[in-house]
Write a protein that binds this ligand. Structure first.
Ligand code: Z5A
Length: 221
């Protein structure tokens, strides 16, 4: 059986990374995987930075620069390069081996950040996403919907702001608009999670959605 690909998306500080980690633990401890005879633990990965080579691209993308500001098309191409490597080297082989994958960010982030945020041409972004993924789409995307100001405050409390976190509030608000419109356009693939609640409440909803989808995917028909 082929594996399944679950993506966690949202603005900064929306709690994706927290929920990826909680979901990973919960999936191993809840007995759901054993019940469905899924042998391997889920694979956790992220963009940018899902492989060793991708880690180098991530560092280029997120390290703040002063002398030579990164240009918007450069940024777009680096995210696409990171994704092409991630898809071909890690995601496709693991899915072919039947693995369940939990991934922190994927193609919707490029549409939201480089499209809505930076204002780059949507047709160009769609074309690049297609080249980078060779058609690999998520089976399910969980969108952690949170007011931008709340997310940025959470991220700030954690300390250290990377190059993209340093962008203006208006930029992050355009990004949030992007995620909102994507969720409206793809109601089957994208499930909205109200990320303004406590970590435990958010985790409970994530677990309910994952239980329903994973059971449907892996149950013998
Ligand atoms: N990017 C892009 O522009 N284009 C692309 O194609 C792709 C990405 C793929 C990656 O940064 C950057 O790349 C990102 C988008 C851009 N922009 N930035 N910056 P990253 O991987 O380093 O970080 P991130 O993806 O933006 O995530 P984050 O800032 O680490 O936030 P998060 O994962 O959503 O949240 P968290 O780490 O789980 O939580 C943040 C803090 O809030 C932490 O202290 C938690 O303990 C706390 N938290 C979490 N949940 C809650 C709740 N429910 N209540 C209260 N506090 C909470």
């Amino acid at each position: 059986m082929r594996g399944r690909f679950v993506v966690f998306e949202g603005v900064e500080g929306s709690g994706k990374t927290t929920q990826v980690q909680r979901s990973h633990l919960w999936l191993q401890e809840s007995g759901l995987l054993a019940k469905l005879a899924i042998p391997d633990a889920p694979l956790v990965t992220r963009e940018p930075g899902g492989t060793s080579l991708c880690q180098s691209i991530r560092s280029l993308l997120l390290t703040p620069t002063t002398e030579e500001p990164m240009q918007d098309r450069t940024e777009l191409l680096l995210y696409a390069a990171d994704r092409a490597q991630h898809v071909d080297f890690l995601l496709r082989p693991q899915l072919a081996a039947g693995r369940l994958i939990l991934c922190d960010r994927y193609t919707d982030s490029t549409i939201a950040y480089q499209g809505y945020g930076r204002g780059l041409d949507r047709a160009l972004i769609d074309q690049l996403n297609q080249i980078a993924t060779a058609g690999l789409e998520s089976d399910l995307t969980l969108w952690f919907d949170l007011e931008v100001e709340v997310g940025l405050a959470r991220a700030q409390q954690r300390g250290g702001r990377d190059r993209i976190e340093q962008a203006t509030l208006a930029f992050h608000q355009r990004v949030q608009q992007g995620f909102t419109e994507l969720a409206q356009a793809h109601p089957q693939r994208i499930v909205r999670i109200d990320a303004s609640r406590s970590k435990a409440e958010v985790a409970a909803e994530v677990q309910a959605v994952l239980t329903e989808r994973i059971t449907a995917w892996y149950s013998p028909s």
